[in-house]
Design a protein around this ligand. Structure first.
Ligand code: CO8
Length: 300
């Protein structure tokens, strides 16, 4: 069932497990800055793994807005796979190195005026990012330190826990409807699994971007903290999740997420075809172009 190159949680053999490591020492207080031990970096993403705690810090560094281009998505999936395959890594904190922006979502220019081949490759990379992140065996914590519309919100929603900086200027949500496009079923499923059907339905239909305090009220993010405390809090939450045995937590995660992951795995090619036929429509191309122009006008 698994497409080549993807090994989501739902496809892993029973008994597949990370190295059994003891939980972090209670003597090591949570919240201390992570001591970098192993680091790697590419054009878009920087990763530092602290092998003593088993926690990696992944920072998006693609200014101006960390938009999810084909290159970004590819680098993200490669980075996550590296961590997933490293038995010393048990958890990853995802955040942004770009001030005020977590991620602006899918790179709209990748969806405008490109060839069918490009749309296929791009959409496969979007799927891959989600299958890997939503299906990750590691503990995943999103430290949302800026605005996070659409695909950026999906990334945060795909983590196990979301902490957001309490700045009301930062907003988060699946705003696709505002662009005249429709969030794919697996974006919607991920959203529903976090906030419930009613909140997701209203928010999706209106394409709402929720300021941080509202996002917290709706359950879209789990906690709000002052921006300067965000990383400390993320480390503390991570330590709490890592205090549990990996296998029990992982099997529970699989139980909760498997149906949603399986649905995309089973319909992956159909989902690509749907994306291409939707995005190639002249009316959709026009909406996307107008949206990009609006962003530029707003700037000037
Ligand atoms: N893609 C490409 N370029 C972008 C994007 C993006 N998502 N977002 C911003 N940019 C560009 C801007 O056009 C601008 O370019 P330039 O410097 O050349 O004028 C530059 O980035 C900086 O943008 P801003 O000046 O707007 O930066 P601000 O700091 O003022 O604001 C925001 C940052 C809040 C992120 C703002 O840029 C914004 O709201 N962006 C749009 C976000 C958005 O709506 N994303 C949705 C993308 S669609 C998606 O993720 C899912 C689609 C799935 C369905 C597909 C089915 C067809």
């Amino acid at each position: 069932l698994c497409p080549p190159g993807v090994l989501p949680l739902c496809c892993r053999l029973p008994g597949w497990d990370r190295a059994s490591r003891p939980p972090p020492s209670p003597l090591q207080p949570p919240g201390l800055p992570l001591a970098p031990c192993r680091s790697f970096s590419n054009n878009k993403i920087q990763v530092e793994l602290d092998e003593s705690s088993g926690v990696a810090m992944m920072k998006f560094k693609s200014p101006p807005v960390n938009s999810l281009s084909l290159e970004f998505l590819t680098e993200f999936s490669i980075s996550l796979e590296k961590l997933e395959n490293n038995r010393a890594c048990r958890g990853v904190i995802i955040t942004s190195a770009v001030p005020k922006i977590f991620s602006s979502g899918l790179d709209i220019t990748e969806m405008c005026g490109k060839s069918m081949e490009h749309y296929t490759e791009f959409w496969r990379a979007v799927q891959e990012m989600w299958l890997r992140l939503y299906g990750s065996n590691m503990v995943t914590v999103a430290a949302v330190n800026g605005s996070s519309p659409a695909g950026g919100c999906l990334m945060a929603l795909s983590c196990d826990y979301r902490i957001m900086a309490e700045n009301p200027k930062f907003s988060i949500g699946l705003n696709e409807a505002q662009l005249g496009i429709v969030a794919p079923f697996w974006f919607k499923d991920t959203f529903v699994n976090v906030v419930g059907h009613r909140v997701a339905e209203r928010s999706l239909q209106l394409g709402s971007l929720h300021p941080a305090p509202e996002a917290h009220k709706l359950g879209l993010v789990d906690e709000l903290v002052p921006e300067e405390k965000l990383m400390e809090k993320a480390a503390a939450v991570m330590a709490q999740w890592l205090a549990l045995p990996d296998h029990a937590r992982q099997l529970t995660k699989t139980m909760m997420r498997k149906a949603v992951l399986d649905r995309l795995v089973a319909h992956r090619e159909e989902d690509i075809k749907n994306f291409i036929s939707f995005v190639s429509k002249e009316s959709i191309q026009k909406s996307l172009r107008m949206y990009m122009e609006m962003l530029k006008k707003r700037k000037s």
